[in-house]
Write a protein that binds this ligand. Structure first.
Ligand code: ADP
Ligand code: MG
Length: 632
């Protein structure tokens, strides 16, 4: 959208035309020759507009701003104001050129900032280092990254120890220490010593490429104000033309006034007929907003998301993996008629094929070699548990709900730990108590939301009431719903959405693949923790690259800031245009003055747009202030 053709040719035309114009003004020649010189000036500057509007007019009978400029110039010549006609065309093109330059520069700045992809990498091939394009590297290849270099592809460190600057991915100032075995993401900068990295995803699938891809796609999703100003713009041109017709023809004919004078005023109006710059400025603002956000590790999947999230009034969090780390530690095992470690082993077999964080933790806690070939008939009950067949016996692992459903009578414990009950052949065999911990950032996440005035914060979890109450209490969340099956979360969220006042927006923040339908349903679905799973990333409207849910408050603040700039620009556009329109209509601004004022104002609006890239919103300062106060 924001890439425009090179305008070297236009610049040359403008210079040549300006020389013609000066010649027409200052060299004393016969009046017909003067007119001819000014006419050439118009043709040289605006030949492409002329051709374009004439063909458009013939083919689509479309009414656009270019056509009005052409009419302006033509009428100017007809009433013997050739010099003015030429001046208007010159100013129009000059303004357009400057605007395009500015837009392209801003867009480039922002894009360059977001494009963190190095042009070359050092591949290690048979012990020798070979410079290659990152696109040529395959999964499994080894690359060497020197200090100061940006990592081009995701991978795992195989040798070397260093610190990484990951701020481009997540806006974090802290450095990340890595050694052999550490996962590294492309886009990070190696700070200390050379690293050898085995590549785990090719260039197109690496984190930096994915980020860039998403941000670029974002340009295709238009925000409501963007659509609105587009609509206004389409009405605007014919409206101005109609006004010009009334002022230039109707007023003098009916009022019996000098037609030349009123025609000139009408032409002053026509000069103002193009809203294009203002429309572009709004898109540019959203683009700048997205860019500024990506600098903080926040990826908006569309301009519409910025607009929606700026009006957030409630935030719903999924517990596991979003506010807690999802790493469960076994707190207690109690077995009925079999040794505890045997119960743990059976549980591990039951959980072998499940992706659930509880399952992963039980398998890890059992800490033995499991023989996959023994297991048959794996079955997962979403939000409840799992079941397998092993050596002719069925083993079930799951929560109280699942046990009840299968007619097993577990020994229910009323503690604030997550419980997994185990049944063998549908007979209760024992239970495992586990707990995961709050992420260090979660308290701040909730507090920051309160600071920026979002007070309705809700917690959803499939976990037990006691666990939900414990987590909610630690975070200061008053509203929580426990023991939710995935479909309960869905209908609860639907309930919350239905209850909302018009214009209020709701965020759902989650991170599991099972959260995808809920992410889709919320006004804004936020995936916390980077590219966790394809389902999640696809379903979400916004992605937080880090594990920090506090970035939600940052994102809302950024979006509010962007929206403010958009509103300012729309208001400036309407205000300034109306002002010049009025002046021109009453003959207080001549044709060329109107053209000049319009061009200058367009530039001002364009420069304002770039402010959305800066992220020094008032609210962010406030959050910082608050947090500093707490530390003191
Ligand atoms: P959350 O809202 O915490 O993400 P989930 O819907 O993922 O919850 O899971 C809800 C509950 O279902 C868990 O707290 C657990 O009791 C039970 N559960 C789900 N999957 C499993 C599993 N594979 N093994 C044991 N329990 C499970
Ligand atoms: Mg979950």
């Amino acid at each position: 959208m924001l890439t425009l053709p090179p305008d070297l040719l236009v610049s040359i035309c403008i210079i040549v035309a300006a020389l013609f114009y000066a010649a027409g003004l200052f060299i004393p020649v016969a009046p017909w020759l003067k007119t001819f010189i000014f006419a050439s000036c118009v043709v040289i500057t605006g030949y492409d507009i002329l051709i374009d509007t004439v063909t458009k007019l013939i083919r689509e009978s479309e009414f656009n701003a270019g056509l009005l400029i052409v009419i302006t110039a033509a009428v100017a010549f007809a009433i013997d104001k050739g010099a003015e006609g030429a001046a208007v065309m010159l100013i129009f093109r000059l303004g357009e050129l400057a605007c395009n330059k500015l837009v392209r520069r801003s867009a480039n700045d922002i894009e360059r900032f977001m494009d963190l992809r190095p042009e070359a990498v050092n591949a290690v091939i048979n012990g020798a280092i070979v410079q290659m394009a990152p696109g040529k590297i395959n999964v499994g290849d080894v690359i060497s990254v020197s200090p100061g270099e940006r990592i081009a592809l995701d991978g795992v460190v195989i040798s070397g120890e260093s610190e990484l600057d990951t701020s481009a991915l997540n806006g974090k100032a802290a450095q990340l220490s890595v050694t052999a075995g550490s996962k590294v993401l492309s886009g990070s900068v190696n700070l200390k010593d050379a690293l050898n990295i085995r590549v785990t995803s090719d260039f197109d699938n690496s984190t930096v490429s994915q980020i860039l891809e998403l941000v670029k796609e974002a340009e295709n999703r238009k925000a409501a104000p963007e659509k609105k100003i587009g609509k206004i713009a389409r009405l605007y041109t014919p409206a101005v033309a109609a006004a010009a017709l009334i002022i230039g023809i109707l007023v003098p004919v009916i009022g019996g006034m000098p037609i030349n004078l009123w025609l000139q005023r009408a032409l002053g109006l026509l000069v103002l007929a193009s809203p294009a710059a203002y429309v572009i400025s709004v898109s540019l603002t959203y683009f700048a907003g997205s860019g500024g956000a990506s600098k903080k590790g926040i990826i908006f999947k569309g301009a519409d998301v910025i607009d929606t999230i700026s009006r957030t009034t409630s935030v719903v969090f999924d517990k596991t993996g979003t506010l807690t780390d999802g790493i469960y530690r076994v707190v207690d095992v109690s077995a009925l008629g079999l040794p505890e470690n045997r119960l743990l082993m059976l549980a591990a077999y039951a959980e072998l094929f499940s992706d659930h964080p509880i399952a992963r933790s039980i398998v890890a806690a059992a800490d033995i070699m499991l023989d996959i070939t023994k297991v048959s008939d794996f079955r997962e009950y979403p939000g409840k548990g799992t079941e397998i067949e092993i050596g002719g016996n069925s083993v079930t692992a799951g929560n109280a709900l699942l046990m009840e459903e299968l007619g097993v009578r577990p020994d229910i414990s009323q503690v604030e730990y997550s419980a997994v009950y185990i049944a063998v052949n549908r007979q209760y065999a024992g239970r495992i108590l586990l707990r995961d911990t709050l992420k260090p950032d979660s308290v701040k996440a909730v507090k920051d939301l309160h600071i920026i005035g979002i007070d309705r914060i809700v917690l959803f979890t499939g976990d037990k009431k006691e666990v939900a109450a414990d987590v909610a209490g630690q975070l200061g969340i008053k509203e929580f719903y426990a023991e939710c099956l995935p479909e309960d979360k869905f209908s609860r969220l639907k309930g919350l959405l239905d209850m909302q006042l018009k214009g209020d927006k709701l965020i759902f923040a989650g991170n599991g693949a099972d959260d995808a339908p809920i992410l889709k349903m919320a006004d804004v679905g936020i995936a916390v923790g980077g590219f966790t799973s394809n389902e999640t990333t696809d379903a979400a409207d916004m992605i937080i690259m880090t594990d920090e849910a506090s970035k939600i408050a940052t994102a809302v603040t950024l979006a509010r800031n962007t929206d403010k700039v958009v509103r300012q620009n729309i208001m400036l556009a309407i205000g300034l245009k109306s002002l010049i329109l009025l002046l021109a209509a009453f003959g207080l601004a001549s044709m060329w003055m109107a053209a000049l004022a319009d061009a200058v104002f367009a530039l001002i609006v364009m420069m304002n747009a770039k402010r959305a890239f800066g992220i020094k919103g008032r609210d962010i300062r406030e959050i910082r202030q608050h947090n500093n106060d707490d530390e003191d």
